[in-house]
Write a protein that binds this ligand. Structure first.
Ligand SMILES: Cc1cc2nc3c(=O)[nH]c(=O)nc-3n(C[C@H](O)[C@H](O)[C@H](O)COP(=O)(O)O)c2cc1C
Length: 185
């Protein structure tokens, strides 16, 4: 699929059919999630592919989001900022969060490209999710990504227009400078 079409097609899906995705396709999306810019090329991200039904139910409870129970697979995206903090002090955490966001968006776009659907789930009990997934000390779970095939019609959420979010040269300036005329004209 063309990039623009995939970006446009991606939506947060919370209703899934019973059809089970091929887990190898999900690994393809992990490959793409790995292809991101990294501050100092320092890798911070790990992925956990969860297919254990009991664990998925527990994750749904930890997030208090019942729709997660419908899926056969959840990918948990985790980060360790330790090395980034060592290299960049307090900016390390900021970079780590940005890297996680880039990886998650790449992942969601590839899932969409492959005809599947997901939803970025960021609201959950860290403590409970860490226990369910046996997350080691120093590692953070950034998001849970339930994956399946969407069902039902879903309207694309309205986004702000480019005009509403774009400034030129300084914050708040909505106008592009006139192109300078060549001298003598
Ligand atoms: C950081 C972050 C956390 C989110 N957490 C949740 C969540 O816990 N549960 C949920 O259903 N959606 C969650 N979402 C999805 C948003 O609700 C969704 O992206 C937004 O409503 C726009 O809809 P769209 O993704 O279809 O464009 C989250 C999105 C982001 C970026």
């Amino acid at each position: 699929m063309q990039l623009d079409r995939v970006i446009n097609k991606r939506k947060s899906v919370r209703k899934f059919s019973l059809r089970k995705p091929n887990w190898r396709k999900i690994i393809e999306a992990v490959d793409v999630a790995n292809e991101i810019p990294l501050a100092g090329n320092i890798h911070t991200i790990k992925f956990i592919l969860v297919d254990d039904e009991e664990k998925i139910n527990e994750l749904a409870r930890a997030a208090q989001q019942q729709f997660i129970k419908q899926v056969h697979y959840v990918v948990a995206v985790c980060s360790d900022y330790t090395q980034l903090k060592r290299s960049y002090d307090e900016r390390g955490e900021r970079y780590g969060k940005q890297q996680a966001g880039a990886a998650i968006e790449n992942f969601l776009l590839k899932i969409t490209d492959l005809g599947m659907a997901s939803c970025w789930v960021g609201a959950f009990s860290d403590e409970t999710v860490n226990r369910i997934l046996k997350i080691p000390e120093g590692m953070k779970v950034e998001a849970l990504l339930p994956i399946g095939y969407g069902t039902g019609k879903l309207k694309k959420k309205k986004k702000p227009s480019t005009d509403a979010v774009l400034y030129f040269n300084e914050y708040g300036n909505k106008f592009m400078k006139e192109l300078r005329k060549p001298e003598g004209v």
